[in-house]
Ligand binder design. Structure first.
Ligand code: M6R
Length: 615
């Protein structure tokens, strides 16, 4: 949540910062702002609204600077106003700061700063940081200290409870940015006689090929040619510089009208990337070296606990079905946000697996850390290479889906469930799954990209159906077994991008309550691809029809369902092991076309942000 960029170098900072902010807008888009330094002259411009509003405002205040910081906000404390937008400036006018995170003890800090004569203009928690830094600079640091600015920030942060990614500039140090992190990601990009700061490599907008990932409680002093890093306890750090693979980070729209549309249509490729190099046809199994566990260690696992949030949590539910079905290992699935506060009893041979597209979701990260504190072996399935979760887990599998920019997760989901299928196969083949069953699943996985490509050909038909149904205000999404998580995911997609109320339910549970909603005004979307239970799903469809409810069926058996439903999305027939991958796609397209029909901004739905880095 919230995107930060910073620049120090020899070029005009303002367009570089705006370019970076545009790439980071997926992290929040309530308001945006910029602070620029030219010698001791500081210019701050901030506006409610998107980055392009800020950009046109900046056009009215041309200010040449070689150093600056900027921010795109997702509001936590304080309404969406110009005043609450970042950067915040200390009341003495000497420091400007951008912040991503939450200062939990901001009221205490505010009182303290007020007692020292500092004043406040905003309702944010962030403004306290900049005044606290100004206080420490003025009153608590030696004026002759070479790194006085860094030291003032360090001393201030010692008093902060909560999370932060910050970038700070000062009129007294026109060639320095101080950046720090605890709980919110922050990276330093290394260019040629220039340095950039950002919440994500995308913020470097292709301008840096090398990156330093700041770790929690590290503070960096960044100049155009250098970077010094200390810990909050003032210990000097030997940091590692990593190179950026811009191919993986490519985030252009490539002619599509939105990132979400592009990402839906990229799924044959992203699924292919998830599979590449991870299948052994000879051994009829998966090859998952990233797990960092020997077969002996994996055989000792007798329980798996999955933790995640949102769409990734739905992927965990799919994993539960697959692993229990194929590998016969009991699986539990927890919301990461609940896990960290529940202290649930976990069996000693439990493997904890977290799933996170961004690799930065704070609840998932904290669930991972809590599992590690308890001594569990941990694995992560993440898309974002070098993300905090991927770095802190004991082992893991990258999705290699390419950057997902649309706030609504699409290709990340199908890639996650593909990897979970590979994992289920791998674990199963170490236990009771036969060579021939393994072979069938291997062949099915190999065919998944093609099957998804065929499913995407249904887009025009799904668009027509979406037009017909876009007027409804409530939807039920129903599915059984592996398709229950798909029902949850279909409902989530529809509500997050079109603001239509939608509920996902296990189809048979409908009779225990949700059937009360069924009426001509509340259509149902039924997932029906499980051979074992076509007849049961047909009965559920009849129950809805008997109450004049409209039905869209997503099925690979249109013959059975056509007489009982209003509209059919007919899927290609595929092996049972990959049906959940194929069936996920029409629900994404349906949500996408409904939202477009309603004129919604699919890539930046209201109130949401791509990576949830605050609790
Ligand atoms: O980056 P993560 O996978 O950890 O994100 C988890 C959720 O915030 C995310 O899936 C969210 O639910 C999406 N907006 C769903 O489309």
């Amino acid at each position: 949540m919230c995107g930060i960029t910073g620049y120090v170098g020899c070029r005009d900072a303002s367009p570089i910062l705006i370019e970076g902010l545009k790439k980071l807008e997926y992290r929040g888009y309530d308001s945006a702002g910029i602070a620029l330094l030219n010698g001791s002259d500081m210019e701050v411009v901030k506006k409610k609204g998107r980055v392009n509003v800020l950009e046109s405002e900046l056009g009215k205040h041309p200010f040449c600077a070689r150093l600056g910081i900027s921010h795109t906000r997702w509001a936590t404390h304080g309404a969406v106003t110009d005043q609450n937008a970042h950067p915040h400036v200390s009341s003495d006018g000497n420091f400007a700061l951008v912040h991503n995170g939450i200062v939990e003890n901001y009221e205490d800090i505010k009182k303290f700063c007020q007692s020292q004569g500092y004043t406040f203009k905003s309702q944010t928690d962030s403004e306290v940081l900049v005044n606290l830094i100004a206080y420490h600079y003025e009153k608590r640091t030696d004026p002759n200290l070479p790194n006085r600015f860094l030291e003032a920030v360090r001393k201030a942060l010692v008093h902060v409870e909560g999370t932060y990614g910050i970038a700070v500039i000062s009129r007294f140090h026109p060639d320095q940015i101080v950046a720090a992190r605890k709980g919110s990601p922050l990276l330093i990009g290394i260019g040629n006689s220039e340095r950039l700061v950002a919440s994500d490599v995308l913020g470097f907008a292709g301008r840096a090929n090398n990156v330093i990932y700041l770790e929690d409680e590290q503070i960096a002093l960044v100049t155009k040619d250098n970077c010094d890093i200390v810990t909050i306890c003032n210990k000097q750090i030997d940091f590692e510089v990593k190179s950026i693979d811009w191919d993986l980070e490519n985030a252009d729209m490539c002619g599509f009208s939105s990132y979400m549309e592009k990402e839906i249509f990229e799924q044959p490729k992203s699924i292919e990337n998830a599979i590449r190099g991870r299948i052994s046809s000879d051994a009829s199994t998966a090859v998952l070296s990233g797990l960092n566990m020997t077969p002996t260690e994996l055989r000792q696992i007798d329980r798996i606990l999955f933790c995640a949030c949102g769409t990734a949590w739905h992927a965990c539910l799919v994993a539960e079905y697959l692993i229990e079905k194929y590998a016969r290992i009991p699986v539990d699935v927890e919301y990461a946000s609940e896990f960290r506060y529940r202290n649930i009893p976990v069996h000693k041979n439990t493997l904890v697996i977290v799933i996170s597209q961004s690799g930065e979701t704070i609840d998932t990260l904290e669930a991972l850390r809590e599992s590690k504190r308890k001594g569990f072996r941990t694995l992560a399935i993440t898309n974002s290479v070098g993300s905090t979760i991927s770095r802190e887990s004991d082992g893991g599998l990258y999705q290699y889906a390419g950057k997902e920019v649309g706030v609504a997760s699409t290709k990340a989901f199908t890639s996650q469930v593909t990897i979970c299928l590979l994992l289920a196969l791998y674990l199963a083949r170490m236990r009771d799954m036969s060579f021939s069953d393994g072979k069938r699943i291997v062949e099915a996985i190999k065919s998944a990209p093609e099957a998804v490509a065929k499913t995407l050909e249904l887009a025009p038909r799904i668009k027509e159906i979406a037009k017909k149904y876009a007027k409804y205000k409530d939807f039920l999404f129903l599915g059984r077994l592996c398709e229950f998580p798909l029902a949850l995911e279909g409902a989530l997609k529809l509500k997050e991008i079109s603001y239509i109320h939608a509920e996902g339910y296990p189809a048979a549970e409908m009779k225990h309550g949700p059937i009360a909603l069924v009426s001509p005004d509340c259509p149902s979307v039924i997932f029906a691809t499980s051979d074992e239970i076509y007849s049961k799903l047909l009965s559920n469809a009849q129950e809805i029809k008997a109450r004049n409810g409209k039905i869209i069926a997503i099925t690979d058996n249109p013959e059975i369902f056509s007489a009982s439903v209003d509209d059919i999305i007919a899927l290609p027939r595929v092996d049972a092991s990959i049906k959940h991958i194929v069936a996920a796609v029409p629900a994404q397209l349906f949500a996408y076309y409904v939202a477009r029909e309603l004129g919604c901004d699919v890539d930046k739905p209201r109130n949401l942000a791509k990576a949830v880095t605050v609790e």
